[in-house]
Design a protein around this ligand. Sequence first.
Ligand SMILES: [Zn+2]
Length: 239
Amino acid sequence: MNEVISQLIALQKIDLHLDTIDNKIKEEQDALDRQSAMLAQRESDIDDLHEQISTLEKERRTLDLELGEELVHVKSRQSKMMQVQTGREQTALLKEIEDGKQNIKDKEDKIVSIMAEVESLTAQVTRQQELLQAETKSLAEETIKTKEAIEAISKSKQTESNKRQKHASEVEAKLLSKYTILRERRNGLAVNNVLAGVCQGCFMSIPPQQYNTLLRGDKHLDCPVCQRIIYHLPPDDQE
Ligand SMILES: [Zn+2]
């Protein structure tokens, strides 16, 4: 086989391996990032719950004050009842006292419902904080594991990168630059075989005349459809 083609095939094999290594590193990092984002979300949920509780407690304090004032008011109306003379005044006072009592009851009911809500929210905070604690511990462990995993992968990447450099230096500069651009634009695949007249990069047929040229095995061409560098190597000869 044409030596240039052998060089390109070898280079691409290494580059594809390097892509796999990079993907593995990215997967490791992404998994950790997802876990970290989940933890941040949990923290933000807990903050929201605290805020809800604080709003409710503020509301409750206001109700407590109003309730106290209402109690004083009803008591003062009740003592005034002793002093009034006319039936009309009595009726008016009684109405005021009844309204006041209703008000007190409403506020008390509201306070009870707020207390129940605060209790439920506080239980949620406790649960979320327990989860957060477990997740924080797990994230710390995962961070160490991920760092170690990435370090190990990076070591194999270094070996492969050295190999790549050696192979790349053997390829003619212009062809290497074409190869590099093709790999960027063609999903990592710049060089590929043509089998039974079909480009294995884009799976389109090559014109018969070009295919015949490739069949002789001493030349490489550009695929007329995907522009990848194409060659012919019978299936049995492939690694
Ligand atoms: Zn093609």
